[in-house]
Design a protein around this ligand. Sequence first.
Ligand code: FAD
Length: 336
Amino acid sequence: MTKVLEDFDLTSYNTFHVPVRAEYFSSFGSMDDLLELSSHFGNHQKLIIGGGSNLLFTKDVGGLVLQNKIRGIEIISEDENFVFVNAGAGVVWHELVLFAVNHQWGGIENLSLIPGFVGAAPIQNIGAYGVELCNVFEELEAFHLKDREIHKIKKDDCEFGYRKSVFKNKSKGQYAILNITLRLNKKPVFNIGYGAIQKQLEQMNTGELSVKAISDAVIQIRQSKLPDPAVIGNAGSFFKNPIIDFESFQEVKKIFPEMPSYPAGEKIKVPAAWLIEQCGFKGIRVGNTGCYKNQPLVLVNYGNATGSEIFEFSERIIQTVREKFQITLEREVNIF
Ligand SMILES: Cc1cc2nc3c(=O)[nH]c(=O)nc-3n(C[C@H](O)[C@H](O)[C@H](O)COP(=O)(O)OP(=O)(O)OC[C@H]3O[C@@H](n4cnc5c(N)ncnc54)[C@H](O)[C@@H]3O)c2cc1C
């Protein structure tokens, strides 16, 4: 049977680098491995992880932690306009982006350099620079951990929304995602209206607009703005941008007229980074944790933080923001 390790140190399996242990740990690179492990550990709690870049462990993990290592990128069909690409859940997300970029297929170039594995991308419907996974997503295959059956799940059944999906809500913890299929565009439609992409492209002076130019611009912006988890532990944005109804927005705007906002359907999205900064958290350090100096949405581990210390700090931010703005921040990072 695939090797299973007991009392396993997960420090290097989460990008916060918090030191917790798994009761049992293993990885699977094929469906056969997963079937074997799931039957052997039938009664144990199972947690599937990828690159550990969107989770915070606040305590040791009971049961079996399984890292998905199913690899492979395959073109499954194509026509004049589109190509359908299937990728194993254990492929590093940015490798898939580079695969598309090298073929000049459009759709995921704005999602360049998001850490983690392909299998986690649908969990929170990853998004950046005006693009979300759901814009190109077709379907996925997932193993139901209790029923021990493979399910094919189409886009509509994934219930994608802003940093959410059915896998973060009613189907939470029930599946091991095995692979996903994306529809990429042979005639790319460029999306450079968001954030600093346009400005970065001008600075880079890349000439003709291309999938690669956009990917390069996004990579440069991200590298200049976000802390590298290999250097300073973090899991990217810790909170979602709150979406509030128009009436509540008008009330709070009376008190804070300078509050930035964006339309989100019939509601209003408020940048969480602004709210946190207004509460004085930007760049502050509390013990071993704090808010990153360039981006207060990112909580960091200065070296020796425990998961519960980071969690407590996030609680303090939520409370302070609520008291000042009557807006409740929701965590984007998965807490275990
Ligand atoms: C510096 C930095 C920048 C980031 N920027 C962005 C960004 O711009 N946009 C964005 O959306 N996210 C961003 N993130 C968050 C993160 O990169 C993504 O959410 C990513 O998809 C997580 O992938 P992972 O493999 O590391 O998942 P993990 O952290 O390992 O897991 C995340 C969740 O998915 C579940 N899961 C993982 N794999 C599977 C699977 N195969 N089957 C079932 N469940 C699974 C886990 O149980 C967990 O609940 C950033 C993170 C960092 C550190």
